[in-house]
Design a protein around this ligand. Sequence first.
Ligand code: PEP
Ligand code: MN
Length: 340
Amino acid sequence: MIVQLHLDSPPAVELTPEESTLIKKLEGLQCRVTPVTTQRTRYLVLDTPKDLDIRKIGHLEGVRDVHRVTAPYKLVSREWRVAPSSVDLGDGVSFEEGALTLAAGPCSIEDEDQIDQVIEHLQSVGVSLMRGGVYKPRTSPYSFRGVGLEGLRMWHEKAQAAGIKIITEVLATEQIEALHDYVDMFQVGARNAQNFTLLAELGKVDKPVLLKRGMSTTLDEFLHAAEYVFSSGNEKLVLCERGIRTFERAYRNTLDINAVPALKERTHLPVIVDPSHAIGVRRWVPAVALAAVAAGCDGLILEVAPVPERAFSDGQQTLNFEESKRLIEKIRKLREVIEP
Ligand code: PEP
Ligand code: MN
């Protein structure tokens, strides 16, 4: 159950005496109470006895509203927040239902010239969010592992001047502070999808988070991971299906297209798709990108680089500018058909 409180916003860091009294009363009704303070407000998440009469809570002093949520994850559940959430990155860039927000860019940020070229391409196709890793989670420690903070600072300066927002992956809690001022959205990669320490720390930051599905996480586990971020304080959360590992070896991963409608029914959070990592084969990326749009995703994140053949990482699944432009045109046409 979720209890919404009568609050002066923003909530005080410490519980007020009135809130503590309310919690005592709820505990008296055999409820286990977890207070959750987000950047927006404070909630009480309750684990209640099965037969508890909800009306006993509704009239308690300080309670504005009470919702029964049967799903094991609570605050990300659509049972509670029925309307879809939007996640605002500022300057008119946001993720919201029906908006089909696109993010594109290289797998790894490499150098100044690459950044300039990608920014110019994004501007020419009307995309305002650039992806790129500066810390790369690589299978082999001998592979290119990213240009690090120095590269991010240069990228940030150029992106800001061009009115482009930045999304980059954070690999560890120790990186959050250093990255913070240079990113518009933190990405949690598939390999960290259940790094609960990292997820909880990202709950404390005031920047949006893109949470990718782990390669072997169920939707239930995925939503619980999202609940970690939300319940640690950050409501600005977007989910990304990026393919799961199956027995099939003909492509990198298997895009679980089913996840799009299934997640959207379960959660109010925006749901986007990464077709590049999902299929891992450049010439097939457009097919699955369009399938994801048809399935009703709220956005896509694409790997795009000036010369994919020379990319430091994931070139085999990266589109060049011409391919990117053609795909984006098709995506927009398809969207018009689906949502006239
Ligand atoms: C990436 O976006 O570059 C990436 C590493 O993705 P994933 O975590 O989905 O593998
Ligand atoms: Mn990649």
